[in-house]
Design a protein around this ligand. Structure first.
Ligand code: WT7
Length: 631
């Protein structure tokens, strides 16, 4: 077992993983159950992009999350479900029950003709059936593709078409505070252009009125009447696809990152164990939605692979009031709490009495993920939630990395405000300068790359390996480029400074500026647009859109609303522009490229030094933009 209990052990494992990665990861993997052992721990490299882990082995994710624990901890709680409605008692599901439910769902899928290698798309609220559903997919070797319930019909359709999903699983509706999100209705809209979907399973949650299409749509509770609760897991090859998860990049449509079975499983298991340091009786709560990678790796797979207890919460942090998180922590005696800086900042902005009402004395470890956490938020979290007693693991990673890459290990390594600190054993971060040269000084700032493969790395972009190569290995050949910038201090601690590409991070949600621009440009009054992120007190980054409108607008406010509606339609409410400025032109270089640097400065509210604008094609628009700036 490769559990790291103290700092010396951490240093020892770093050395071991460096000297002999094969032996290291082989030993980690031996904790898990394999139907057939591997021939080779790893092969492939970042030049040929043929990365493989545990080749020759067969295993199954659901076996490792469930069956493996039945003898030793069948009656232990696997999942505690907290509904949106605070009056509803939490639901506890033990490992035996979860196993049964997963088998039954897997049987439902099988009865509908779903086979190994088929893609099942999930567009659901945060209900246990979503977790059960993805585990059931893994049980029969189907590939899951979860689409966050806040995406629009058009986004959902795009994601379904891209991976040609056969089955869609949804809810009638989702609870979000007082509101009901019409999930099924969005599916109906999306399915107008998704011929690959033959069947829709609807899990009843909100009992709102929906329409059911005959021979296509079925209620889950009806299908379950003919399902069995005993269903053997399908042996999967280590490199068989496990799931696809779409994420935004600087250009083009969202990419479907593909993770494979063995490597991802080992990485989720190992990183959860060592970063969070859970005891058997501890209770872990990750507030992320399963629609994001954090909900995959640390709400579902990490805790279950380790036989721990995981909490799933349906609703909003502020429903019915800003004390809901703290209320749940006290009620369930949560020991490990993992959330995003944006939630911390939003709750920090509320009256402290929402926190002081609660004891929070069960907490042992706090975590942060999704975006850089600023010092003020870190200190507030540390003092008011952790009572100065709990370490904060600021975990840096990405959809592409599968699991945590740089982070303190709770109670093992030091936590420093706003720093992700040290890499996990076996992870080789480096900083490179703009020419791609590795910066060898310890104290430095640069672009964050990873030098060599680790088990959890996404293997490809679904259906487009060339795009995978180009996006992650095109900038600095032979290295994985993260898209993030970072600083390293004299002791080797990393501090992530944020994206250095055209990706913005709004409330921990990753959005490509190009996607938002494309949505805005669908409006007939807009010729062209440029979107940049700007510092936002709660969201981390807000969305500032500069839109070229060639004629004077009668009602700019109305067009603003229409633009927001357009973004809503193409992407979803998470990409709503906060600031929209109408301009007659955008600053462009002589080759026609938008000078985003200038727009970013405007967004930062700092126009004192815009640099040299004389080489622009149209320097005069800069004055106009500055005059009309919204920050
Ligand atoms: C991007 C990845 C990883 C799960 C959630 C987001 C930013 C993530 C941190 C952190 C600073 C962070 C990076 C990264 N990010 N965690 N602890 N400190 N930045 O996954 O949607 O794939 O986004 O989120 O910019 O590249 P994602």
């Amino acid at each position: 077992m490769k559990t790291i209990h103290n700092f010396d052990e951490y240093l020892r494992q770093v050395e071991e993983a460096k000297a002999n990665p094969t032996q290291y990861w082989g030993e980690v993997a031996r904790d898990l159950e394999w139907f057939k052992p591997w021939d080779q721990v790893s092969s492939g490299n970042f030049s040929e992009l043929n990365i493989k882990w545990f080749e020759g082995a067969t295993t199954n994710m659901s076996t490792n999350c469930l069956d493996r624990h039945l003898k030793t901890r069948g009656h232990q709680t696997a999942l505690i479900y907290v509904a949106n409605d605070p009056k509803q008692a939490p639901l506890k599901i033990n490992y035996l029950e979860l196993h049964q439910k997963v088998c039954r769902m897997a049987s439902v899928f099988t009865n509908l003709g779903i086979k190994k290698g088929d893609v099942i798309c999930f567009y659901m609220g945060m209900v246990p059936e979503l977790m059960i559903g993805i585990l059931a997919a893994t049980r029969i070797g189907a590939i899951h593709s979860v689409v966050f319930g806040g995406f629009s019909a058009q986004s959902l359709a795009g994601r379904i078409q891209d991976c040609e999903a056969k089955l869609l699983v949804t809810n009638d509706g989702g609870h979000r505070g007082d509101k009901i999100i019409p999930l099924k209705q969005v599916c109906d809209e999306a399915l107008k252009e998704c011929p690959s979907i033959k069947t829709v399973i609807v899990h009843r949650r909100t009992k709102n009125n929906i329409s059911m299409t005959e021979d296509r749509d079925f209620w889950l509770h009806d299908l379950e009447t003919t399902a069995t609760t005993v269903l053997p897991a399908t042996p999967m090859k280590s490199e068989d696809p496990l799931f696809i998860l779409y994420t935004s990049g600087s250009t083009g449509r969202p990419k479907g990152l593909m993770h494979t079975t063995g490597g991802y499983m080992v990485y989720a298991y190992h990183t959860f164990r060592n970063v969070f340091q859970m005891k058997a009786e501890d209770i872990f709560w990750c507030t992320a939605d399963i629609g994001w990678v954090t909900g995959h790796t640390y709400l579902t797979y990490g805790p279950l692979l380790n036989g721990n207890t995981t909490v799933m919460y349906e609703g909003l942090p502020v429903y019915p009031d800003a004390g809901r998180f703290w209320n749940i922590i006290d009620q369930l005696k949560v020991t490990h709490f993992y959330t995003a800086p944006t939630a911390i900042r939003a709750l920090q902005a509320m009256d402290l009495s929402f926190v002081s009402k609660y004891k929070l004395d069960s907490l042992k470890v706090l975590g942060s993920v999704g975006e850089p956490i600023n010092e003020e938020a870190w200190e507030w979290y540390h003092r008011n939630i952790g009572k100065g007693r709990c370490p904060i693991v600021d975990t840096w990673w990405q959809t592409e990395t599968g699991g945590i890459m740089i982070s303190p290990l709770a109670h093992v390594t030091e936590c420093i405000p706003a720093h992700a600190t040290y890499p996990l054993p076996g992870i080789s971060p480096i900083l490179v300068d703009s020419s791609g040269k590795e910066i060898t000084e310890i104290e430095a700032e640069g672009n964050l790359c990873i030098k060599s493969p680790w088990p959890g790395i996404a293997r490809t972009v679904w259906g487009d390996h060339e795009r995978y190569r180009h996006t992650y290995f095109g900038s600095y050949p032979g290295m994985y480029f993260t898209g993030d910038g970072a600083r390293r201090d004299s002791r080797g601690n990393y501090r992530i400074t944020g994206r250095v590409d055209d990706v913005i991070n709004v409330s921990g949600h990753r959005l490509g500026t190009a996607e938002i621009e494309d949505a805005i440009n669908t409006h007939p009054d807009i010729v062209e647009s440029a979107v940049v992120g700007y510092p936002h007190k709660i969201k981390g980054q807000g969305i500032y859109a500069f839109c070229i409108c060639p004629h004077a607008l009668e009602s700019p406010e109305q067009v603003r609303q229409e633009l927001i509606a357009a973004v809503n339609k193409v992407i979803g409410p998470i990409a709503k522009p906060d600031l929209i400025q109408f301009v007659t032109g955008l600053p462009k270089t002589r080759s026609g490229k938008i000078m985003r640097r200038i727009l970013r400065k405007v967004g930062e509210g700092d126009v004192s030094n815009l640099g040299d604008t004389s080489t622009l094609l149209n320097p005069e628009v800069v004055d106009e933009i500055v005059k009309g700036k919204l920050r």
